[in-house]
Ligand binder design. Structure first.
Ligand code: TXA
Ligand code: MG
Length: 349
């Protein structure tokens, strides 16, 4: 299949490009599009024949459910059974934006979209291209991140082309995304809302809006490197992973640098890499050193993380050493992604 690349970065021809994209989705095809978090791979989420194409293009296990994207709040009413009061408050506060809520699904949502679950995840993205596309398609758009399963999520259209060219109908280029890590997922089906995947919307922000919120035990233990069965099926897979072996060093910064450099010296004949920060990037002796941003700016680190992980692949890194970050606020989501990339390979210094 030929993948059509449509460049909408300069804002010209937006209507024409989006019209074509919406037709593809209506006709059961696949379109990758920008959102404020990461690029998504969209299909008609109510079309049982379209949804399996997403799984096939990504190489994604079919029990890993998809998020339905809407453009206006009213569109949620067809796809969920009930909306708790707290969800109205969260929607009011954070939609459109990087928050996904899980509800009991209505009958029109196929099990192929929900991976066989009775619940459905819903998000209203804030990216203009995304919202306009959903509106023009006239259906809830099922969209996972537009990467091959297991690879780092795409934050640029070029990342999508790398993974999916030849496998999908169209890629819309809307430039680099804003946030760079996927939405926060909150399960709204129980008494207390539970965070299933941390993201830009933090636990603190959620509980400020609605009071008590819990973090899924599995997510907590994943961040601490322990073993638990997570409720968001996607969180159980090794993910976001560069091809090289990756290990995270935690602890005093000076010691981390010293130990990593010692390890590098031992690895003769291997292409070594370090995921460093602006503050430390000149202090390493690896073949490849990439700064993910300044420690003073967690948002910038989130924005660059997946791009840096992909760069390691491009440059052929065989062994990747990574610094670690504070686990509070946005740092919790950053460390969640980093641990998954490293397959929970952590050294406490
Ligand atoms: O920011 C995002 O959320 C991006 C953009 C494109 O919107 N999408 C995204 O989708 O990250 P994906 O498929 O890569 O991740 C969705 C996660 C998976 O871990 C999946 O298991 C979980 O959401 N999920 C989906 N439906 C669920 C449900 N009904 N219950 C629990 N977890 C669910
Ligand atoms: Mg994904």
């Amino acid at each position: 299949m030929k993948t059509e690349y449509v460049d909408l970065r300069d804002g010209k021809d937006i209507d024409e490009g989006l019209y074509k994209a919406a037709q593809i989705i209506k006709n059961g095809g696949l379109v990758a599009f920008p959102t404020e978090t990461v690029y998504g791979l969209g299909a008609n989420g109510l079309d049982e024949n379209a949804v399996p194409k997403i799984y096939e293009a990504k190489g994604r296990p079919s029990d890993n459910p998809l998020i339905l994207h809407i453009s206006e709040f009213d569109e949620i009413k067809n796809i969920v059974k009930e909306i708790p009061n707290t969800a109205f408050v969260l929607a009011d506060e954070f939609w459109p934006g990087p928050l996904t809520m899980v509800f009991k699904k209505s009958n029109i949502v196929p099990y192929r979209t929900t991976g066989g679950l009775e619940s459905v995840a819903v998000r209203m993205p804030s990216n203009k291209i995304a919202r306009e596309l959903i509106k023009m398609a006239g259906v809830p758009v099922a969209a996972p991140s537009a990467n091959s399963s297991g690879r780092p999520s795409p934050t640029k259209a070029s990342h999508v082309m790398e993974d999916l060219a030849g496998k999908i109908d169209m890629v819309i280029d809307g430039g680099a995304v804003d946030i760079g890590i996927e939405s926060t997922i909150v399960d709204m089906t129980g008494e207390v809302p539970i965070i299933l995947r941390p993201g830009f919307i933090t636990e603190e922000m959620l509980s400020e809006a609605i009071g008590r919120v819990e973090v899924d035990e599995a997510v907590k233990s994943l961040v601490q490197g322990l073993d638990f069965k997570p409720k968001a099926p996607g969180m159980k897979y090794r993910h976001y992973a560069p091809s090289g072996k990756m290990v995270i060093y935690k602890g005093d910064s000076k010691k981390v640098i010293e130990l990593i450099n010692e390890e590098i010296k031992k690895l003769i004949g291997k292409k070594t890499a370090v995921l460093a920060t602006d503050e430390t990037k000149d202090l390493y002796e690896a073949d490849i050193v990439v700064s993910v941003g300044s420690r003073q700016n967690a948002e910038n680190i989130a924005h660059n993380l997946f791009d840096v992980l992909r760069k390691f692949d491009e440059m052929g890194a065989e062994i990747i050493f990574s610094e670690s970050f504070d686990e509070n606020k946005l740092g919790f989501a950053i460390m969640n992604r980093l641990h998954k990339s490293a397959g929970y390979n952590i050294i406490n210094v």
